[in-house]
Design a protein around this ligand. Structure first.
Ligand code: FAD
Length: 447
């Protein structure tokens, strides 16, 4: 047993986004925290070999960053995204705002930079110790011990309690659920992804509108891009793993060039280093998981991708992982003398909603690929925003509730269904009485 690790300290397995934020939140409340991270210290590496992978930060994540006093610093390092620019196959573009005003925007932030900032701030607090190259191997629930692989060899520690924030393939989840009546459901998407960088122009400007998320929707492939502060954009291509036009068949320079010529000629012209990037950047897989339980007695609890990995199409994975931290901290504060009850309340407050998020994220894949171009979808979006302008409190588009509010995901979906039913009834009545003109007039909306 490692004698340096007292029994009154909290262990966090995983020093990624959720783990480092939770360490910061716990230490600010005066707890001693040990973070065990499998990888080397990202602050000692040169920025993932020059590549930047960025994420869309929205209201839920912002609320968590505000909780640990870091929101301003993070926003200063982010690029605001006011809406989506949809790129059609013929090169034309269409802009769709994210919300009705300047407050309803997203922020594009470099994942590595955010992680480094969170680790720096956590380490600066007196209670926090960061242990890199420490990989969890086993958790012994009966003895309340963790066994870790470290540069010093095998290590056993006995923390007061453990938070498992070790990502989608969580070892802590497996250990926590071992021997319990546990459910675990995992799905791989048939599509994978590859990240490419669209460089800034020679004068430092951006090749495409900087303050927006860009989408190139095609029925069997999709590009999404997030902006960076230096004017570059991180492009993510989603493509099936197998099949006629897929990562399996698009391999040679000729095949890559043909794919871009056919579907993304405008992007091809802006990507002179495309073939080198294609060959050197890995292909990633996408996974969604649902699981229970998330906790064991008063000793262990899971958060973030460790208990609810989702497809990235709603841009909520990190945001919901950060929201977990807020809910867990609130539950611990409400039940200072009964940690088992706090963990149980945290799981009850979160799990039904992250299950809904998994479904919403799947549905948004179809929206991004196919629906964003359909005239019906565009008209529907406009109507949603118009109704929201008319009745800002009563009518909230689903996207607004998910991205620009902290309403629990399940409540947001239920409310969206209620609104949908109401809209259908009003339209049906108006149409029955006097045709389309009256339907529009009934709503009082300029569609
Ligand atoms: P992770 O960030 O995966 O961190 C887990 C950490 O645990 C890692 O550092 C890992 O090294 C460590 N670890 C693993 N095993 C062990 C072990 N045995 N012992 C010790 N340490 C271990 N989310 C958004 O909110 N907005 C977006 O726009 C967005 N875009 C995305 C785009 C793509 C292509 C993908 C793949 C994801 C995207 N996400 C987005 C999701 C987001 O990246 C994740 O939800 C988020 O990183 C989850 O944070 P986490 O801390 O739970 O897990």
């Amino acid at each position: 047993l490692d004698q340096t690790d007292g029994e009154q300290r909290i262990a966090i397995v995983g020093g990624g986004l959720a783990g480092s934020l939770l360490a910061l939140a716990l230490a600010r409340r005066g707890h001693g925290v040990d973070v065990y991270e499998r990888r080397p210290d990202p602050r000692r590496q040169d920025g993932a070999a020059g590549r930047s992978i960025n994420l869309g930060l929205s209201k839920r994540g912002m609320q968590a960053l505000a909780m640990v006093g870091l929101l301003e610093q993070v926003l200063a390092r982010a690029v605001v995204m006011r809406g989506r620019v949809i790129h059609a196959p013929d090169g034309s573009t269409r802009y769709q705002p994210y919300g009705r005003d300047a407050g309803e925007v997203l922020h594009s932030i470099d994942r590595n930079e955010l992680n480094r900032l969170l680790l720096d701030r956590a380490e600066a607090l007196p209670g926090v110790r960061l242990h890199f190259e420490h990989r969890l191997l086993r958790a012994d629930k009966a003895r309340r011990e963790l066994e870790l692989d470290s540069p010093r060899g095998r290590l056993t520690v006995r923390p007061l309690w453990v938070a498992g924030a070790d990502g989608a393939f969580s070892c802590m989840r497996r250990e926590l659920q071992h021997g319990e009546r546990a459910d675990y459901h995992q799905e791989y998407l048939e599509w994978g992804y590859k990240e490419l960088t669209l460089a800034p122009l020679a004068d430092g400007g951006s090749a495409i509108e900087l303050t927006a998320l860009h989408v190139w929707p095609r029925s069997h492939c999709l590009f999404v891009s997030h902006p960076n502060l230096d004017g570059s954009h991180t492009l993510t291509l989603f493509l099936p793993h197998e099949g006629e036009e897929s990562f399996a068949t698009v391999r040679t320079p000729e095949q890559v060039a043909a794919l871009f010529r056919r579907h993304f000629p405008d992007l091809q012209a802006m990507l002179p280093g495309l073939l080198e990037q294609w060959a050197s950047h890995p292909t990633g897989s996408l996974i969604t998981t649902r699981t229970a339980p998330w906790r064991f007695d008063d000793w262990a609890v899971l958060l973030g991708d460790a208990c609810h990995a989702v497809y990235p199409f709603y841009g909520q994975g990190m945001n919901s992982a950060f929201e977990d931290c807020c809910v867990l901290m609130a539950a611990l504060a409400a039940r200072p003398a009964d940690r088992a009850a706090a963990f149980s309340e945290y799981e009850s407050a979160r799990r039904p909603h992250t299950d809904v998020l998994a479904e919403l994220s799947k549905a948004n894949f179809v929206e991004l690929r196919q629906k964003v171009q359909s005239p019906w979808f565009i008209a529907r979006k406009r109507l949603d925003l118009a109704l929201n302008r008319l009745w800002p409190r009563r009518w909230l588009p689903l996207y607004t509730m998910i991205a620009h509010s902290t309403m629990p995901y399940g409540e947001a979906l239920a409310r969206s269904h209620r609104q949908e039913r109401l809209l259908r009834t009003v339209l049906a009545c108006a149409l029955a009485v006097g045709g389309v003109g009256l339907a529009v007039a009934a709503l009082g909306v300029p569609v």
